[in-house]
Design a protein around this ligand. Structure first.
Ligand code: PLP
Length: 470
């Protein structure tokens, strides 16, 4: 801990030290067990006599705040003070109304005992620890000569090259290494694109219901967000506001309803964007998990105008802990995006991107995807079967053949909170459909994420859900 002395202060130097350390212990900056700098070293750093420091330490020890440690030095004594919560909270600053209006989504990050059917869960037990460790070791060695440098703000060109090949073979997306920007997940890609393409006050269109973090992110940037309804064929293009400068869509697997944007709507959306001079963000967040249907051509492939930005993420395919995704950007926008990226966070962490490059290049990613697809296909089948046997048919299942969640509408229920609370009390965690409506009248229902449970647990969890419905 840094200590400061002010010769013009009316208190003695020793008293100033005592007060600072005591305050740091009180507000938790110096936690129980934390070590104080040895008095000789502290005196040298501060340019004072050693006795100035020892006087302060002696008083702190006498009052029970610190204790001598075997082998020398002093440590903070546990629970010397109850930690006053207000100390950390106290501030004269307030967030702007724009920032305060941003709502959190999915605030509970703790793993739970019982059955976790919340949306967005992946199976942490499937993370390929050994292959990732080998890839990381390799990356540590490969980067040996680069530790003193920041990386490329768009991500290493090696990884962008690897992603180019992977995108071509997995999604038929034609990219070049130079057109790819590696980001901290899909959300961050939307942030960068909005910063470059929109001004505060501009209008952006998102799906309704949709993925709340995108709406909140855009609002935090001062953008006016309009929700556009979704039907069985995906986003209703005719309902797009003519003023929208940007449209965010999830064509492969609409979040949360799970429908696929039809080919006709894809063409209509591109035509609309071209007529209105708007950009389209194609968020392909979980398209890698497709079970029976053949994929439709991505918007990016159909785009003749350079209006579509394809966004992907490793949050579902590998792990959200990597905080890695990417955007395939029209070449003309790359310099602006890379420049903004550099001033915001200097670029993705080279250790992660290098490890990911090794991981994909050496075939671990393809292998992992094959394995996970098989497992998730079994779980998808298990949840469909279990849902079809729900005895109380107050819930309508929206058919879906892609991704890691299924959505159920509760047309008769006024809201879904009560069901979710009842289920939580019985050890079943669910996500609310209502919370994915950010603009107009919400529909009640639940979004069931089946990624984290095995097939036996899925069957049991749905039986439990059935009982909660009664
Ligand atoms: C529509 C949508 N986009 C993106 C993501 C993932 O975002 P990120 O890559 O920022 O973790 C999710 C996660 O559930 C999502 O539902």
């Amino acid at each position: 801990m840094e200590l400061f002395l002010d010769p013009s202060d009316h208190r003695s130097l020793s008293r100033q030290l005592y007060d600072q350390i005591r305050e740091a212990i009180a507000d938790g900056r110096l936690p129980p067990g934390g070590r104080l700098q040895p008095s000789r070293a502290a005196a040298k750093d501060l340019g004072v006599a050693r006795s100035t420091v020892t006087d302060a330490y002696t008083r702190l020890a006498a009052e029970g705040h610190i204790a001598g440690r075997r082998g020398g030095g002093s440590v903070v004594v546990g629970h010397a003070f109850p930690r006053p919560a207000q100390a950390a909270a106290r501030t004269a600053l307030t967030p702007t109304a724009q920032a305060a209006a941003v709502r959190r989504y999915g605030t509970d990050w703790q793993p739970h005992s019982g059955f976790d059917l919340r949306a967005g869960q992946v199976d942490t037990r499937m993370f390929p620890v050994a292959d990732w460790r080998r890839s990381t070791n390799r990356a540590v060695t490969r980067l040996a000569r680069h530790y003193g440098h920041y990386g490329d703000p768009a991500g290493s060109i090696a990884l962008r090259g690897t992603l180019t090949h992977w995108l071509a073979r997995s999604r038929g997306v034609a990219a070049t290494p130079e057109s790819i920007v590696v980001t901290q997940g899909a959300g961050h890609a939307v942030d960068l694109l909005a910063r470059v393409l929109l001004r505060p006050g501009d209008v952006a269109a998102v799906e309704e219901p949709g993925y709340p973090p995108v709406t909140n992110l855009l609002r935090s940037l001062g953008i006016t967000v309009v929700g556009v309804p979704v039907d069985d064929h995906g986003l209703i293009v005719d309902a797009l506001p003519a003023t929208a400068r940007l449209v965010h869509v999830t064509p492969s697997h609409q979040y949360p309803l799970g429908v696929i944007l039809s080919r006709q709507r894809r063409l209509a959306l591109l035509h609309w964007a071209s007529r209105h001079g708007a950009a389209v963000i194609e968020d392909d967040y979980d398209s890698e998990f497709r079970y029976t249907t053949r994929p439709l051509e991505p918007l990016h492939r159909l785009d003749r105008d350079g209006r579509v930005i394809y966004v992907g993420t490793f949050s579902k395919t590998l792990s959200p802990t990597l905080r890695t995704g990417f955007a395939v950007v029209p070449p003309g926008l790359v310099p602006a995006i890379t420049t903004v990226r550099q001033v915001v966070d200097a670029g993705p962490p080279p250790l992660i991107t290098e490890a990911l490059d090794v991981f994909i290049e050496q075939g671990h990613f393809d292998r992992h995807l094959r394995r996970s697809r098989k497992v998730y296909a079994e779980r998808h089948n298990a949840i469909r079967t279990a849902l079809s046997s729900l005895s109380r048919s107050r819930l309508t299942v929206i058919p879906s053949q892609v991704g890691l969640h299924m959505t159920l509408l509760a047309p008769d229920a006024p809201d879904d909170d009560e069901l979710i609370e009842r289920a939580a009390r019985r050890g079943l965690r669910l996500s609310s459909l209502r919370l994915t409506y950010q603009h107009g009248e919400p529909q009640a229902g639940i979004v069931l994420g089946f990624g984290a449970l095995n097939t036996v647990d899925i069957a049991q969890a749905i039986r439990l859900l059935d009982r909660c419905l009664g």
